[in-house]
Design a protein around this ligand. Structure first.
Ligand code: UGA
Length: 440
């Protein structure tokens, strides 16, 4: 019989996972302590922007296959497999804060009345799962409770696709029984040929952070090459294309520009440094300090470029900056550690008058950066601007009319900090186009 599933923690990961599990044919209950979030999800409303998720959620809430509750005991009574999807935010010194994870285990395990498999999905420092096994034993459950680790690799903006058709499944399992249960859960993607790696708990934990650290390294590597291109007249876009044709390297994540941000890559790089230090092997990840340094320099580079242009146009303290993009990447309303918002805020702190337009993230951006002004569209953001910055590469920005924007603006400097706009129409309209390490 197919296992019944609970998903504990219905943030970005949990809400998507719960809907995805229902789509894979399972009976699912989603659990969260946040009553207003549970109410929204139970009504089929997703409290964040993720393409395709509202439709999936509504379909399965209506079919009755997916429901939501704040009552963990109800989930304990209902499910055989409990996915733990709570957040592990950055704590002091960069280390992950495991408070929510511990609370779930402490509340769930004593409430279990039937043999259960608890599956960690949250991103954690290596060693967490083995410590949780001991914690579970100390809670003296009245039934058999196994712990597995099954890291998640979904990308914001592609979360539904990544959940239903993952590019790999990693099952960190303590026993054949746990592996069997997870194979039942993922029967459909496995039947479709999804590659699976079955391994132990520490490896499964490490796969997740090392994947994100590797992606961050790839981005910083190409951004370091962009710095060299800038001083030599090279073109980092052509360089990345040429590197990418070598399929040992690959073209993905060689997009040079403003660098990485978001709720995952920056936090996971820092957490890996912190954990390696705790483990007494900080030199293993020494290079990650370099990765962080390049990433920080790219943001400063754009701030400097904008300030330089403002100074040339006059008394820059009163200069106006039009910013296109606030989200940490397109197709998302997430502004956590957003390079775009960071640059906008730094310019504002320097005294510039900054107006931002983002197709989805203005509301979230306003809550963290209320000192900036927000426009209803790109033209309004650029009105009377001395400098325009393209900071998040929403596809619709590629379709903007450069002549219209130039009419609205006061200056003519455009900094394409994502290197994704075709410079030709902007140059033709009269813009002075600057990029990061590419030829214009
Ligand atoms: C990342 C990973 O890609 C997912 O596999 C992982 O599951 C997720 O973190 C997580 O840990 O939950 P995500 O944070 O959604 O996903 O964002 P990415 O698509 O990885 O982009 C991260 C940042 O890198 C963005 O700021 C993006 O603009 C930047 N980036 C990406 C570049 O600067 N250049 C590139 O070529 C690619």
């Amino acid at each position: 019989m197919a296992p019944r599933i609970s998903v504990i923690g219905t943030g970005y990961l949990g809400a998507t996972h719960a809907a995805g599990m229902a789509e894979l044919g399972h009976e699912v209950v989603g659990v969260d302590t946040d009553a207003s979030r549970i109410r929204a999800l139970a009504e089929g409303r997703v409290p964040f922007y993720e393409p395709g998720l509202p439709e999936l959620l509504r379909r399965h809430v209506e079919s009755g296959r997916l429901r939501f509750t704040t009552d963990l005991a109800e989930a304990a009574a209902f499910a055989d497999v409990h996915f733990v999807c709570v957040g592990t935010p950055q704590g002091p010194g960069g280390a992950a804060d495991l408070t929510a994870l511990h609370r779930v285990v402490d509340d769930l395990v004593p409430a279990l009345r039937r043999t259960a498999l608890v599956v960690g999905k949250s991103t954690v420092p290596v060693g967490t799962a083995e410590a949780l096994v001991e914690r579970i034993a100390r809670l003296r459950p009245s039934v058999e409770v196994d712990l597995a680790w099954n890291p998640e690799f979904l990308r914001e903006g592609h979360a539904v696709e990544d959940t239903l058709r993952p590019n790999r499944l990693v099952l960190g399992v303590p026993s054949p029984a746990a592996e069997w249960a997870l194979r039942q859960v993922y029967a459909r993607p496995l039947a479709d040929g999804t590659p699976v790696v079955v391994t132990n708990l520490p490896t499964a934990e490490l796969v997740k952070v090392s994947a994100n650290a590797f992606l961050a390294t790839k981005i910083s590597f190409v951004n370091a090459m962009a710095e060299l291109c800038e001083v030599t007249g090279g073109d980092v876009a052509a360089l990345a294309d040429a590197l990418g044709h070598d399929d040992r390297i690959g073209r993905k994540f060689l997009g040079a520009g403003l660098g990485y941000g978001g709720g995952c890559l920056p936090k996971d790089v820092r957490a890996l440094i912190a954990r390696a230090t705790e483990l007494g092997t900080p030199e293993s990840v020494d290079f990650l300090h370099g990765v962080e340094a390049v990433n920080a320099r790219r943001r400063q580079r754009v701030v400097d470029e904008a300030l330089g242009a403002l100074r040339r146009t006059g008394p820059w303290l009163h200069g106006r900056v039009g910013v296109l993009g606030a989200a940490f990447k397109p197709h998302s309303d997430d502004v956590r550690d957003s390079p775009a918002l960071d640059v906008a805020r730094r310019l504002s702190r320097e005294g510039a008058w900054v107006t931002v337009f983002d197709p989805q993230a203005s509301v979230t951006a306003r809550t963290v950066a209320p000192e900036l002004r927000y426009a209803a569209n790109a033209v309004a953001a650029c009105r009377k601007a001395d400098v325009v910055l393209h900071l998040t590469e929403w596809p619709e920005f590629a379709d903007l009319d450069p002549a219209r924007l130039l009419e609205a603006a006061r200056g003519r400097v455009l900094v394409d900090a994502r290197n994704t706009l075709d410079p030709a129409p902007w140059l033709a309209a009269g813009w002075d186009v600057r990029t990061l390490g590419t030829l214009v």
